[in-house]
Design a protein around this ligand. Structure first.
Ligand SMILES: Cc1ncc(COP(=O)(O)O)c(C=O)c1O
Length: 361
């Protein structure tokens, strides 16, 4: 006989919660979790393999606890005069966010975000013992500066999440909203730029707002633009004092030597990877144009995915696509579905399958 969760002395505040659960299914076309579906180019993969081979020779030792070379790599990549002491990294930006919540949220505290937004924010918040507070977005899932500021000052949270651009809607977020949000709170403001590289060229990053704002944090990931979801590497830029706070909660040696070596090597190929990002952007725009022609309503997206409305019965459309070998995501917004931009072939497979499923509502 096996036990169930109810039989265990689980923390009271975790009772009844559901874990993160995007379906994993071995379908030929998987466009459901906003991965970069393009394989890492051969020359980049070769360089990464060489770097891992060198790191492996010293894997009997603990890795550099301060992942110095990698932090320098991220500072160079982000630019804007950032230095390594303003950088932190962890196993995926999920862990970066977890470190932030461990340091700045926790029991008796609150974290706030504008729903619908990244589904892990409430889960990570609750796992630290803090309370999640959901704000609301305007029409088309946008947020304006004044409304953001008044919702944040009314909620008075300890941590604010601003997902820029937003998952699962793709919605851009302008810097004036971030400035207004920052001025409306004494808490930590996290701008999650997981998809920033997919924004139009020249879009300013929240990194440009860091000088003079010691409570502002800009989080990034290698999972998307760098096609590194399986390697688990996320990072952030902030005031060095924030980085000191994160040292209080991280596990010693949390970033393996192999991860550090692989990520540093991949970063050296940023320009190659950004060419791939351009290709993905093209597929994303093709999806938007084609689903619109099919009668659905795509939302403006600055990410590697498209949310589209006008889906009469999302569960049955999702299943019909599944039966045609295409996995996309029902994110729980009524009449909407979300699809990740794939390679040209995967994108064609999705668009053909959607066309064959029938018309929009
Ligand atoms: C907005 C956002 N932030 C963070 C993440 C986490 O990415 P990772 O932990 O792979 O870096 C995701 C993943 O989909 C995301 O959509």
């Amino acid at each position: 006989m096996t036990a169930s969760l109810e039989d265990l002395p689980l923390r009271d505040d975790l009772r009844g919660l559901a874990p993160y659960g995007a379906p994993q299914a071995p379908l030929p076309v998987a466009l459901n979790v906003n991965e970069n579906t393009h394989p890492v180019p051969q020359e980049v993969a070769d360089d990464i393999l060489d770097a891992i081979a060198i790191a492996l020779r010293e894997v009997n030792r603990y890795p550099d606890r301060e992942f110095t070379a990698l932090r320098e790599g991220f500072a160079d990549y982000l630019g804007h005069g950032l230095t390594a002491d303003q950088i932190w990294a962890a196993n995926g930006s999920n862990e970066v966010l977890q470190h932030l919540l461990q340091a700045f949220a926790g029991p008796g505290r609150t974290a706030f975000g504008f729903a619908p937004t990244y589904s892990m924010y409430p889960l990570l918040t609750r796992a630290t013992g803090a309370t999640w507070v959901a704000g609301v977005r305007g029409a088309d899932f946008t947020i304006d500066a004044q409304d953001a500021a008044s919702q944040i000052s009314a909620a008075s949270p300890d941590v604010v999440f601003l997902c820029a651009p937003n998952n699962p809607t793709g919605t851009p977020l302008t810097l004036d909203v971030i400035e207004a949000a920052y001025d409306a709170t004494d808490g930590i403001v996290i701008v999650d730029e997981a998809y920033q590289e997919f924004a139009p060229h020249g879009t300013p990053s929240a990194v440009t707002l860091l000088p003079g704002r010691e409570r502002l944090v800009v989080s990034r990931t290698m999972s998307k633009a760098f096609a590194f979801a399986g390697a688990r590497v996320g990072y952030l830029a902030a005031d060095p004092a924030v980085i000191d706070a994160l040292r209080l909660v991280r596990l010693p040696y949390h970033l393996s030597a192999l991860t550090q070596a692989a990520a540093s090597a991949a970063l050296r190929h940023a320009s190659t990877m950004m060419r791939m990002v351009d290709d993905i952007r093209e597929q994303r725009d093709r999806i938007s144009a084609t689903v619109e022609a099919l009668g659905y309503r795509p939302y403006e997206s600055w990410t590697n995915f498209v949310l589209f409305g006008g889906v009469e019965d999302p569960a049955s459309t999702w299943k019909a696509l599944y039966d045609r070998g295409v996995l996309i995501r029902d994110v729980g917004i009524p009449y909407h579905l979300r699809v990740t931009a794939g390679t040209a072939d995967e994108t064609t497979a999705f668009l053909d399958a959607l066309a064959s499923v029938g018309s929009a509502s």
